[in-house]
Design a protein around this ligand. Structure first.
Ligand code: BG6
Length: 482
């Protein structure tokens, strides 16, 4: 039995049904996240995790696989948690095949129902029809949708219409796991709970902002999905744009879901769309070739996916502008790529040079930099100039003031999915996307997608490098490379 805790009060008994229960995401992230919340005493009430699968699964093998992804040695607790886990075969989309699910859910009819769609969005429509047709969607039910929701604005609209026939907007949780990362939530705390930065957070004081999500892995086993998607839709349309919103939005008046989402929406609607002309200078698309990461020799993307004519991008860099008062003409650089030299993500705020230098001896430009490191370490770093000790005038050196979360808080950093799934159980939509946000993101992405294949040549880059992002930088600007 999990330890009693004082933070379960607004959580209530639930059954979570995972469609795609046997998939990678379910085994690696969703089920382990539920385990950790359970082990921490937060799910101290009745619940069931119902993993649905098309094929018959061997329970022992399945649990063994899941256990491999759980970061805990407490086998007793894992075994207790697994008592809440049910595997249910739903071989096809017929009301008959859904009957066992109906019986299962109706046995505990008072619990809220959470339907987690961890399947490609093409499958949403059939599942929704079956859930509705079986009378399984109640007023308190919720649905969690994994990205990508469609492949363009039009298809995302269609998916949204289908979902809306079964669920109302307050019941829909569009998940972007970046919003569940502790440091990402900390961006709001840094900006809106501290006096220091917000006054300087604008075009008058900030030269540019750089957002990087670099991965050292390649496409791994996801070639079927990835080759149809590419980095623009896989990473920029969702994760990078969400980071951009949190860094640049106006302060919401409170933390209510709509107060926050209204502000994010305004940012997305103010993004300057690309034209056939502007895209050439401001967008880079790349694809990895052979190379090495950590001294390991690696194949090219085309070899990895066994398709030698693929034009899919594994790297994107974009120089974006937000056309509003606060950010007028401030470049916001977005960069993401696979097979980069190292895995790291951060947001760098480059402040403008001070208007006047009284230290004539020093050639060092007088400017600060704030680095919000999201991964692998979670840290905030303020780079400021300091005097080098000793006589003979003023010589400066950039010194970093570092706040490492791991050192400052004596607790394990929860995985993004843990926070987000608990928010679903609680019914808090603050960290989930509303449809109008999603549509605005698609609209901007479409201004890139429409033109870039004809206007921006694919730049090949060697695995284990930082990719071809330099092409869009202004003179004097440098990417921070870890
Ligand atoms: C996923 C993308 O959403 O995010 C993957 O589909 C990517 O391609 C992953 O690797 C990165 O997530 P994280 O949390 O490891 O940075």
């Amino acid at each position: 039995m999990a330890t009693k805790s004082n933070y379960t009060s607004d959580l209530r008994p639930f059954n979570i049904v995972i469609f795609g229960g046997n998939g990678d995401l379910s085994k690696r992230k969703i089920i382990p996240a539920l385990f950790h919340r359970y082990a921490d005493g937060q799910l101290d009430f009745d619940f069931e995790v119902i993993c649905t699968a098309r094929a018959k699964l061997d329970r022992t093998l399945f649990l063994k696989e899941v256990e491999g992804f759980i970061d805990s040695k407490d086998t007793k607790k894992i075994a207790d948690f697994f008592k809440h886990l049910i595997i249910l075969e739903i071989p096809k989309n017929t009301l008959e095949a859904y009957a066992p699910l109906k019986i299962r859910l109706e046995k505990t009819a008072k619990r809220q129902r959470i339907f987690y769609f961890s399947v490609p969005s093409g499958a949403f429509s059939e599942i929704c029809n079956m859930l509705k047709g079986s009378g399984l969607v109640t007023n308190t039910s919720k649905v969690v949708l994994e990205k990508p929701l469609g492949h363009d604005l039009e298809s995302s609209k269609q998916i949204n219409e289908i979902i809306s026939q079964a669920f109302t907007e307050p019941q829909i949780f569009r998940i972007d796991h970046y919003l569940g990362k502790e440091t990402v939530q900390n961006i709001m705390v840094l900006r809106f709970a501290n006096h220091l930065f917000e006054r300087a957070w604008n075009a008058d004081n900030i030269e540019n902002i750089q957002i990087t999500v670099a991965e050292s892995l390649g496409v791994e086993k996801r070639s079927g999905y990835y080759d149809k998607t590419g980095a623009l839709l896989d990473m920029v349309q969702n994760h990078l744009l969400q980071l951009l919103c949190l860094v640049t939005m106006e302060p919401p008046s409170n933390l209510n879901p709509d107060a926050v989402r209204n502000e994010k929406l305004k940012v997305l609607e103010s993004l300057r769309p690309f034209t056939k002309e502007s895209i050439r200078k401001n967008v880079v698309r790349g694809q990895y070739t052979r190379g090495s990461v950590d001294d390991q020799k690696l194949n090219s993307y085309r070899e990895d996916i066994d398709a030698y004519d693929s034009e899919t991008e594994t790297f994107v860099a974009i120089k974006a502008y937000i056309d509003n008062w606060r950010w007028k003409n401030t470049p916001i650089y977005l960069r993401t790529g696979k097979r980069m030299k190292k895995r790291y993500s951060d947001i760098v705020i480059n402040f403008k040079e001070l208007p006047h230098n009284i230290f004539q001896d020093s050639k060092q430009p007088l400017r600060n930099k704030l680095i919000i490191r999201l991964q692998p370490e979670e840290r905030i770093e303020l780079v400021q100039l300091s005097k080098v000790p000793g006589p003979g005038g003023y010589r400066f050196k950039p010194i970093s003031l570092k706040l490492d979360f791991i050192d400052s808080f004596d607790s394990r950093m929860p995985e993004a999915y843990e926070r987000l799934i608990v928010d679903v159980i609680r019914g808090n939509q603050t960290l989930f996307m509303r449809y109008d946000e999603l549509a605005a993101a698609w609209e901007w992405i479409e201004s890139i997608n429409t033109h870039w294949r004809s206007q921006v040549p694919l730049s090949l880059y060697e695995s284990g490098t930082w990719g071809p992002g330099d092409q869009i930088l202004e003179k004097d600007t440098k990417w921070k490379t870890n």
